[in-house]
Design a protein around this ligand. Structure first.
Ligand code: NIG
Ligand code: FE
Length: 390
């Protein structure tokens, strides 16, 4: 059955080539319509040329954009770390130590509890305009709990990421060989158990945290993942300068995420590569870290993405409109750059060309704004104007 969405005052297609578009990177068509059938877009254009459809819905002149692609989240967790956040607001630094708190609560939860928590979080992000979401494991940190997190995440998304190398769990921290023993487990039995449920492998490459992994340790994990058929993404350069970005480029990662502390060499390496630099402004907001210098990467020609990083530690917000508002207000991105980064840029970081864009053949992931223009995303921070159309 074909459904026509008509009465779209401003349609952002991200398709520069549409003949009725404005020729900009956002490919804006005014007074537009979109027809979908079976979850795919079959027609996009000016409303006056709209073909017949079985059902017609009118959006009353609102703006429509491609649904946000949230290419970085940690949504499978139980427990509460609001006290840790509150302590940070009065000066406590973030060092990754709280991950063990979420790990303990996540291990203690039943499958049904985790499924219900995840389902509620997915509903929350759809209500804020997100379509496809990537979901990482990383709060199980043992074989059954990492595999369980990915199995449950797979019920909600095809973009699942094995993050057994999030931190060294407490039970491996005491001894001299503990780190290596944990890495043996991650690269062996845990990877074997998790790979069937995962598309991606990720690692928290962060020599500035005692709990996360060095460049060499990270490379070992990522190479094991590649050998098991997984594709690579990296947490890098979050807490300080480090080897994450260069490692990501060297291994052909789809994305390196955070990028808060990049050297000139990192920027050059990213700009000359197909690795997307993903920024997570909610993390800097919620940890009081300095914001990354995204302009350096944009001006060097790198592909950039914006995502939520929704997680219980560094950013418990699933709102991409919020990330866009912060990116525009505090990181010097233009509203155009921020919207592109949160849609087509994030889609590239997942190696997808069927999302983040509204054109024939793409997924019918439409987000309507209770506003006349995409400019309102940054202009109306904290106001729930975006929602994904069912
Ligand atoms: O992306 N940096 C590593 N992992 C998460 C935070 C995890 C946590 O503190 O629970 C992040 O920021
Ligand atoms: Fe993260």
């Amino acid at each position: 059955m074909a459904t026509a969405w008509a009465g779209i005052g401003e349609l952002v297609t991200n398709d520069r080539t549409h003949p009725e578009g404005d020729g900009s990177a956002l490919g804006i068509i005014t007074d537009a319509a979109v027809v979908e059938e079976g979850g795919q877009i079959v027609w996009v254009g000016a409303r006056r040329r709209m073909p017949e459809a079985d059902e017609r819905r009118d959006l009353g002149g609102r703006a429509v954009i491609p649904s946000f692609v949230d290419s970085h989240s940690h949504l499978v967790f139980a427990g509460d770390r609001s006290a840790e956040f509150t302590a940070r607001m009065t000066g406590e630094p973030y060092d990754g130590g709280g991950i063990a708190v979420s790990m303990a609560a996540t291990r203690a939860a039943t499958d049904d509890e985790l499924r219900a928590l995840l389902g509620a979080r997915i509903a929350e992000l759809r209500a804020q305009g997100t379509g496809v979401v990537e979901i990482k494991s990383g709060y199980g940190l043992d074989v059954p709990n990492e595999a369980r997190a990915l199995r449950i995440a797979r019920e909600f998304t095809e973009e699942t990421t094995f993050l057994g190398a999030h931190v060294v769990p407490p039970e491996f921290r005491g001894s001299a060989t503990g780190r290596d023993d944990y890495l043996d487990l991650v690269c062996g039995e845990m990877l074997t158990a998790c790979a069937p449920y995962a598309r991606w492998i990720d690692v928290f490459c962060e020599p500035n945290s005692a709990f996360a992994f060095t460049g060499e340790e990270s490379e070992r994990v990522l190479r094991a993942g590649l050998a098991a058929g997984l594709e690579v993404r990296v947490h890098g350069n979050q807490l300080g300068p480090g080897p994450g970005a260069e490692l990501a480029v060297a291994l052909g990662a789809a994305s390196v995420d955070h990028c808060t502390f990049l050297s000139d060499a990192d920027v050059d390496a990213l700009a000359g590569s197909a690795t997307v630099a993903t920024f997570l402004p909610g993390v800097e907001f919620s940890t009081r870290s300095p914001y990354p210098d995204v302009r350096r990467l944009l001006d060097a020609g790198a592909t950039v993405a914006l995502a939520s990083d929704c997680n219980p530690g560094t950013c418990y917000s699933s709102s991409i409109p919020f990330a866009i508002a912060v990116a525009v207000r505090d990181m010097g991105m233009t509203p155009v750059e921020a919207l592109l980064a949160a849609t087509v840029g994030a889609a590239k970081s997942l190696r997808r060309n069927d999302i983040g864009v509204l054109q024939v053949g793409a997924r019918a992931d439409l987000t309507v704004l209770d506003a006349p223009s995409y400019l309102h995303l940054a202009y109306r921070p904290g106001v729930p104007i975006a929602r994904k159309l069912a």
